[in-house]
Design a protein around this ligand. Sequence first.
Ligand SMILES: [Fe+2]
Ligand SMILES: [Fe+2]
Length: 186
Amino acid sequence: MNHHHGHEAVNLTGSLVADHEVILTALERLEARLGEMSGRGALDVETINKFLVFARSFIDRCHHGKEERCLFPCMERRGIPREGGPIGVMLYEHESGRRLVREIDELLKSYRMGDTPPEAVFAKCEEYIHLLRQHISKENSVLFPMGESVVVQDDVVEVNECYEVVEGREMGHEAHEELKKLAEEL
Ligand SMILES: [Fe+2]
Ligand SMILES: [Fe+2]
């Protein structure tokens, strides 16, 4: 099996690594926009809301869905434990990401009412950016190589089919492409 080329369905995690690239681009763009907002001392609520749409749909429902419903169960079947192991840590971080998205959303509403300073929103967004970057880095360098090393070819085919199903069900392939564009245009 070839572990090092990003062609479709040749390995277990290529599709997820490609998602990570899209997510990292969106995080970088959000960070740049936040820097501009911080310079002006005011939030661009629309831009942050756009990012929250991307975070809920592309990052959480679709990408984390592919990991939680397809990759992690396969790795568990191949003997990598959930509790007390790296999969448990990844699941916990997905949950932290969900909580942070809800908190950013609440802070944004409160900001619009004049009850929250922009700095509180910046800080919470930075927390989310940091969480996702270190999470992706651990998956790319530790968890995914571990997965590649334990699977057989049948798993690869099955897991890639599962990715397709989750993508189609959670967002539709068209929406997937639109959200990729949204990430690049933040
Ligand atoms: Fe993850
Ligand atoms: Fe991931």
